[in-house]
Write a protein that binds this ligand. Structure first.
Ligand SMILES: Cc1cc2nc3c(=O)[nH]c(=O)nc-3n(C[C@H](O)[C@H](O)[C@H](O)COP(=O)(O)OP(=O)(O)OC[C@H]3O[C@@H](n4cnc5c(N)ncnc54)[C@H](O)[C@@H]3O)c2cc1C
Length: 460
């Protein structure tokens, strides 16, 4: 057994929250509905301020106004989705939020471009001039339009660096820090909305509501992304206690701290970890808890997949740690059925190892399928076997390549053969994206409803 499990009493369930209350979680449908209502209210704002639309110039200019308003709304929603607001992170999950953000980003950048082109074209038609000279006049004579144009170009730049082909060529950190230009773009574009936007020029309540929306999101960003991590660092004083090799290229890091129960961290959660060494202090990487959190200690288990994850092997006891979280939605709170199946692939075992210990389930109702391509890659074998014996849970560690196994052990047929009542299970899934995509399809074919499949992607 690992140090963490040996040194600490094995908890029967996750530690109760410090206040004894369940942490708030936003429902994805409610959040999407609220975003859609906001978009409708934005269009209504345009409608209220537009008595009539006349001529080609009028149609173009008004299309430019609508796209501009929606872009101004879209960009603040995108920033809010990434503000790490705890009920959003817990209810929706960081990976799904990131997917919404990426998809919304594509629409918003398109709206920004459409806004600039349509407004310029519309003004040119109305003024009977050409688009180039109208563009120059807009840039040089209208208040704040130059700054807004720079903001638009920055957003287009951020959009281009986020396109799949460009992202593959960039280091994660380069892409991540380029994204910070979005904040500059939002700040630069803000004033032109009030100084040139017909909806706001003579409408004080609209200005107050719009500025209020931006202010609330700005405060949320400052609070959750900057103030909270510093407060947590001061309160919990985390530091590395020990590092253990679990398998070739896989280490567990035990982190000691104070009052960790106040974090309300549950099995399935992850934190963004920043280790304060000369090489690592500037990066924060997400790693899941690989054992239930205790009041004075937590454990993460990390596979060497790059510069930073690889450097954790060399961490020395006493290294200070900043942890931001807990985040993630793949917890016991998602569970709907009495029977639970956990499917782990490779290092995706980490959150499921913690859940295997704490998910409430009667003997015989909890199953863990752990897939690894090589025996040397299997981590926590002894811990998992002890937990299975203690809890009366079923454990199947399936090692080997598909070709050697004579088929895919996670195909729909194989799953149905091994677990005949699979459709009655909640399934928690974590592993490489190819494996989780294939397993999700197999589970759906085997009759598991989508709402009973809970997964976390290890890539944003
Ligand atoms: C929610 C979540 C939980 C995770 N839990 C674990 C875990 O318990 N154990 C484990 O070994 N791995 C886990 N990972 C994966 C781990 O974060 C990456 O393998 C690690 O950050 C790689 O960083 P690197 O700098 O060493 O490698 P790089 O070569 O820099 O990155 C390799 C890939 O990892 C991803 N990545 C890198 N940095 C980040 C970051 N800061 N945020 C998000 N993705 C990043 C990118 O897709 C990148 O292409 C988790 C990832 C996520 C998103």
């Amino acid at each position: 057994m690992s140090l963490l499990t040996r040194q600490m009493p094995v908890a029967a369930g996750d530690a109760p929250s410090a206040g004894g209350q369940e942490a708030a979680r936003a429902h994805p449908t409610a959040v999407l509905s609220a975003i859609a209502l906001g978009a409708l209210a934005t269009i209504w704002l345009w409608w209220q301020n537009t008595p009539s639309v006349q001529g080609l110039g009028g149609w173009l200019t008004n299309s430019g106004r609508i796209t501009g308003l929606l872009a101004g709304y879209g960009v603040i929603v995108l920033v809010a989705l990434m503000a790490r607001i705890p009920p959003l992170e817990r209810g929706i999950g960081a990976d799904r939020l990131a997917r919404w953000h990426a998809m919304g980003g594509r629409y918003t950048v398109s709206l920004v471009v459409a806004h600039g082109l349509l407004i310029t074209w519309g003004y040119a038609v109305t003024a009977h001039t050409n688009v180039i000279s109208e563009g120059k006049s807009l840039l040089l004579t209208y208040p704040n339009v130059l700054a807004a144009t720079v903001a638009g170009l920055l957003l287009v730049g951020v959009g281009i660096t986020s396109a799949r082909a460009a992202r593959r060529r960039l280091r994660y950190e380069t892409w991540y820090y380029l994204h910070f230009y979005t904040y500059l773009a939002v700040a630069l574009a803000f004033s032109h909305q009030f100084s040139t936007g017909a909806e706001f020029v003579s409408n004080l309540p609209a200005r107050i509501a719009w500025a209020g929306l931006y202010a609330v999101v700005g405060v949320a960003i400052l609070w959750y992304r900057f103030v909270t991590p510093v407060r947590q660092a001061i309160r919990h004083r985390m530091q590395v206690e020990a590092v253990h090799v679990e398998a070739p290229g896989v280490v567990s890091v035990i982190i000691r701290g104070r009052h960790l129960d106040e974090l309300n961290a549950a099995s399935g959660h992850f934190f963004r970890w920043r280790f304060l060494t000369r090489e690592l202090w500037w990066v924060s990487s997400p790693f899941s808890l690989s054992a239930p959190a205790q009041a004075d200690r937590v454990r993460i288990t990390v596979k060497d997949l790059g510069d930073h994850s690889g450097a954790l092997t060399d961490l020395r006891p006493g290294t200070r740690v900043f942890a931001e979280g807990p985040y993630g939605a793949m917890t016991a709170a998602r569970r709907r059925q009495p029977k639970v199946l956990l499917i782990a692939g490779g290092v995706g075992i980490t959150p499921l190892r913690a859940l295997f210990q704490t998910l409430p389930a009667a003997p015989g109702q909890l199953t863990l399928l752990y897939r690894a391509s090589d025996e040397r890659d299997v981590v926590f074998r002894h811990e998992l076997e002890s937990l299975a014996a203690e809890r009366g849970a079923k454990l199947r560690i399936i090692v080997g390549r598909r070709a050697d196994l004579g088929g895919d052990p996670l195909s729909a047929d194989a799953l149905r053969t091994n677990i005949p009542d699979i459709a009655e299970h909640d399934v928690y899934l974590c592993g490489p994206s190819g494996m989780t995509a294939a397993a999700t399809e197999a589970l759906r074919t085997a009759g598991v409803p989508r709402r009973h499949i809970h997964q976390e992607s290890f890539a944003f």
